[in-house]
Ligand binder design. Structure first.
Ligand code: NAD
Ligand code: USQ
Length: 396
């Protein structure tokens, strides 16, 4: 298949590009390198030494003989180029990762909030619009998030659609399937709930074939392909804005830092290993929706854990000390999470679950690159609730 990957230089996009190229697909990636620029803005970098994109691509060609084409393009701001590229390549599938994906970054300041909304919604809108304008019948596979559900509010989370009973216009009780009511917990998560409505509309109005993968927190760093050569190594974010919780704990343990649990650690989240992320995307591409089918929504996760349980697991494995810190986020101090995730299992996913050997592998990677860590960037400083300038001045 011809596959276009938007955001193909990122943490999920890069290993996905390698996986799909390794399977023999004709892969082109697009990225504006904004993630690398945000690292520069924040004065931090991936713990692993990621190579420049051209070095990555040449290494892949050298090691495997496969070629991945790449275009530097801003999907949110260069609509005409995007449309022309989709028309020229006529891809069978487009995988869309090209969004600002950090919740803490999206809550950092007004500029980051506005950037996240503008970038994410424009990127999604532009891809959909370009598909309509060109008439290219590509299957759009989008990386969404479990966070659109607000972690369930005590309900079992279905794969996207909720069956409700309502009265019809004649007062007769009838069943309807609706999108699970969105309940975002950050500006970033809010953009993903809005993406869902764009998908709903373009699918209904224009028949665009879409799979939205509601993914949990990704852990791990390497996949089968990124392990092939040091120049192919994947990102490892550890800082307070982009580092995700389990990878942060493993890296903190590797450098002798306390494990930074927010609040009591009662928050339950869904998790998936990066190797399963790339497999799931391959499976979703292979099982494209038929013309006329509504938006497919799969919950892309393999297990749920409480943050405090993860910290205890890492502490047991490594001897690290756990620090319970004031939570900078506005989120439930504790929640249960029960998720339906049959669709990807039915397509053949064999889940990679948290196992000591995989956790140890990540600690080993973190130890190898420990000298690249800036400890001052570990604390999560982005506050969900802050005092406004008006409140500050009236308190004086
Ligand atoms: P990432 O930031 O590492 O990668 C995103 C890539 O998209 C980056 O390389 C960035 O430069 C690029 N990009 C962003 N805006 C762009 C634009 N306007 N034009 C072109 N390129 C652009 O993030 P990731 O961790 O790889 O996440 C990828 C997707 O998966 C995101 O949409 C995210 O919401 C979703 N997701 C990630 C996780 C996770 O734990 N990492 C979990 C669930 C869902
Ligand atoms: N947490 C800690 N300590 C830390 C870091 C995080 O206790 O040092 C807690 C957070 O408060 C939160 C939980 O761990 O309760 C998860 O935080 P996270 O930073 O690992 O994940 P999150 O902000 O939810 O975002 C990540 C990705 C995002 C994706 C989302 C999937 O960055 O792109 O959409 O996971 S989900 O969480 O299922 O919505």
């Amino acid at each position: 298949m011809k596959i276009l990957i938007l955001g193909g230089d990122g943490f999920c996009g890069w290993p996905t590009a390698l996986h799909l190229s390794g399977q023999g697909h004709d892969v082109t990636l697009i990225d504006n390198l904004s993630r690398r620029h945000i690292d520069t803005e924040l004065g931090v970098g991936s713990l692993t030494p990621i190579s420049p994109l051209d070095v990555r691509l040449n290494a892949w060609k050298q090691v495997t003989g496969h070629t991945i084409a790449a275009l530097h393009m801003d999907v949110a701001r260069e609509y005409d180029r995007l449309e022309a590229t989709i028309e020229r390549l006529a891809p069978d599938a487009i995988v869309h990762f090209a969004e600002q994906r950090s919740a803490p970054y999206s809550m950092k300041h007004s500029r980051a909030k506005r950037y996240t909304v503008e970038n994410n919604l424009s990127a999604t809108q532009n891809v959909l619009c370009a598909l309509v304008e060109t008439g290219i019948d590509a299957h759009l596979v989008h990386l969404g998030t479990m966070g659109v559900y607000g972690y369930g509010g005590g309900l079992r989370i279905p794969e996207g659609y909720l069956t409700v009973e309502v009265d019809d216009s004649d007062g007769i009780r009838t069943q309807r399937e609706i999108l699970f009511p969105p309940d975002p917990g950050s500006i970033y998560h809010m953009t993903k709930t809005q993406d869902q409505l764009l998908f709903y509309f373009y699918n209904k109005n224009d028949g665009i074939r879409i799979t939205d993968l509601h993914q949990g927190v990704v852990w791990g760093t390497q996949t089968r392909e990124t392990r092939l050569d040091e120049r192919l190594i994947n990102r490892f974010d550890y800082d307070g804005d982009y580092g995700t919780v389990l990878n942060r704990f493993l890296m903190q343990a590797a450098i002798g830092h306390d494990l930074t649990v927010h609040g009591s650690g009662g928050q339950t989240r869904a998790f998936i290993h990066i190797q399963d992320t790339v497999r799931c995307i391959g499976m979703a591409i292979g099982a494209a929706p038929a013309q006329g089918e509504r938006v497919r929504i799969f919950n892309q996760m393999t297990e749920t854990w409480r943050v405090g349980e993860l910290a205890a697991l890492v502490a047991r494995l490594t001897g690290a000390h756990i620090a319970y810190l004031p939570n900078p986020r506005r989120e439930a101090a504790a929640n249960d999470l029960c998720v339906d995730a049959r669709c990807l299992l039915d397509l053949g996913l064999e889940p990679t679950t948290l196992r000591d050997n995989l956790l140890t592998e990540i600690v080993d990677v973190a130890e190898r690159y420990a000298d690249r860590c800036d400890r001052s960037r570990i604390p999560s400083t982005s506050q969900w609730v802050r005092t406004s300038r008006v409140e500050q001045s009236s308190a004086l």
